[in-house]
Design a protein around this ligand. Structure first.
Ligand SMILES: [Zn+2]
Ligand SMILES: [Zn+2]
Length: 153
């Protein structure tokens, strides 16, 4: 059995979800709600297959294809975003500014939350190009666990 760490979806998050769907004339279907909730509740940055596995428990008729399509439309609405490598995208619904560390060995995605008040310094070359609204930063390397396991080899 693999454990699934979760955090509750706030009423505010759900309301934001509904408003965003309405604004783009996307119907708020039970499936869409369930898929959004699954990503929002999870702290593990699930990939589409993992979302499918979880949603299927309560909605046996959902297809993997629907999950893929729904995740893409939620992404277009800015409700979830992709992290990790494109070949195996993982999804995140936490819209508070944070960065990610992706392990190149096990694929685990870790949240990097800047200390409160801490601001990432934006290189002048970037500021020259326009006004930055969102920073999507991803570090990659070997996570601590993989580093330790490698020692045993
Ligand atoms: Zn790792
Ligand atoms: Zn994250």
């Amino acid at each position: 059995m693999n454990t699934h760490s979760t955090c509750a979806v706030t009423a505010e998050q759900l309301e934001h979800f509904k408003q965003a769907c309405k604004a783009r004339e996307l119907r708020v279907t039970p499936q869409r709600i369930e898929i959004f909730k699954t990503v929002a509740q999870s702290k593990e940055h699930p990939d589409a297959e993992r979302v499918f596995e979880i949603v299927r428990k309560t909605m046996p008729n959902v297809s993997l294809d629907t999950v893929y399509r729904t995740l893409s439309s939620l992404e277009a609405l800015g409700l979830v975003f992709r992290v990790g490598f494109s070949s195996k995208a993982r999804f995140d619904a936490d819209l508070d500014e944070h960065y990610h560390f992706v392990c190149t060995h096990c694929g685990e995605v870790f949240d990097v939350v800047p200390a409160s008040g801490e601001q990432l310094s934006i290189p002048p070359e970037v500021q020259h190009l326009g006004r930055v609204q969102k920073v999507n930063l991803q570090f990659s390397g070997l996570c601590r666990r993989c580093q330790e396991n490698k020692k045993d080899l």
